[in-house]
Design a protein around this ligand. Structure first.
Ligand code: RAM
Length: 347
């Protein structure tokens, strides 16, 4: 699948400069098989392991990674399982250790379950960078974080609150139950709902898991609506979940009555914004995220940085980044997509 960005209008480009520094277009196949991609012909060998293959979000982060690898002169290969489970990721990590790759970039399906395999890889001198979904910080060298968990949580609550007029029952349709990224965001949303007086009249009645599988997420949406007849809105903090929920809602009696927001890609959500099922949702630029993770991995593997707090490195067009506490590198802020701007994006 190919994802090329449309050129943003001058106005949109201006509005986005702060949060969306566009990396160059990758354009290579994001991978529908067990292994895909491959760029450059350089000295560093980097493996990219998303939660699973076949998710346009990760196809796009791989596009960004491939473009960065080409720029750096590194060989980058994407591998990954069909299902977003930790067990399925372990064998790929073992292979990276056996091959003695210079670096592994991964989005982890579990904070703990991959750590033994990652340890082996690090003992074989593989630098390990998590992106999108972290492991426990001691397992890896760096985590490239798409946006702060607080920012992501706050944005989604702001959107749902606006869309349901500040009161009523809401539910969350998440990804896999062990996903560190979604779980951190959900925890923060729960805290914010409990503590922020703006949300005193909003009640979170259920959280369900679609495992980042389209059909399961679709079925879970149907079940939520059946189990909670007074439901006013759904937050789905996963691009797979929100797209499946939007598809369900758009063909149902709930279209336009039950609000849906969360984290989605513009290409998957465009039709539902245009047909009035979804008013607004958020995300960051996955292409930039993949690129930044690749620059970070290369900086570690080249010995330019060790991953200590305060280390700085160059990430091509994205600029210079600093390693924060706990080995975290922050990409930016989430961005809100709606009917006015969705036409400016193609990913
Ligand atoms: C899905 C995955 C990914 C998450 C996005 C928002 O594609 O769960 O990890 O960051 O949604």
């Amino acid at each position: 699948m190919k994802f090329h960005k449309r050129r943003p209008t001058a106005l949109a480009a201006l509005a986005l400069t702060a949060t969306f520094a566009f990396a160059g277009c990758g354009g290579d196949d994001g991978g529908d098989g067990g292994s895909a991609g491959g760029s450059g012909g350089g000295e560093l060998s980097i493996t990219m392991l998303p939660k699973n293959l076949g998710n346009p979000y990760f196809d796009t982060s791989t596009d960004g990674a491939e473009a960065a690898a080409e720029e750096i002169g590194a060989d980058l290969e994407e591998v990954g399982p069909e299902t977003a489970s930790p067990d399925a990721q372990v064998s790929y990590i073992n292979t990276v250790a056996q091959q003695g790759q210079d670096a592994l970039i991964l989005s982890a399906n579990d904070p703990d379950a991959l750590c033994d395999a990652i340890d082996e890889a690090r003992s074989a001198d593989v630098k390990v960078v998590t992106f999108d979904a972290d492991t426990n910080p001691e397992c890896r060298d760096l985590f490239v974080n798409q946006a702060t968990a607080e920012g992501i949580a706050a944005k989604q609550l702001e959107l749902i609150s606006e869309q349901i007029g500040g009161e009523g029952e809401i539910a969350i349709l998440s990804a896999a139950a062990n996903a560190t990224n979604q779980n951190a965001w959900i925890e923060m949303m729960e805290t914010e709902l409990a503590e922020n007086p703006d949300y005193a009249n909003i009640e979170l009645v259920d959280t369900v898991y679609g495992d980042d599988e389209d059909q399961k997420s679709f079925d879970q949406t149907e079940a939520l609506l059946q189990n909670h007849p007074d439901l006013k809105g759904i937050i789905s903090p996963t691009t797979v979940g929100i797209a499946a929920a939007a598809r369900y809602l758009s063909d149902s009696e709930y279209k336009g009555k039950v609000a849906l927001t969360g984290l989605g890609t513009p290409n998957q959500m465009r039709e539902y914004v245009e047909n009035g099922t979804v008013e607004a949702f958020a995300l960051w630029n996955p292409e930039d995220l993949g690129a930044l993770a690749t620059y970070a991995a290369a900086a570690l593997a080249n010995g330019d940085i060790s991953g200590e707090e305060g280390d700085t490195f160059e990430a091509g067009d994205l600029g210079e980044f600093t390693v924060d506490a706990d080995g975290v590198v922050l990409l930016g802020e989430p961005f809100t997509f709606n009917a006015d701007n969705i036409g400016d994006f193609d990913f």
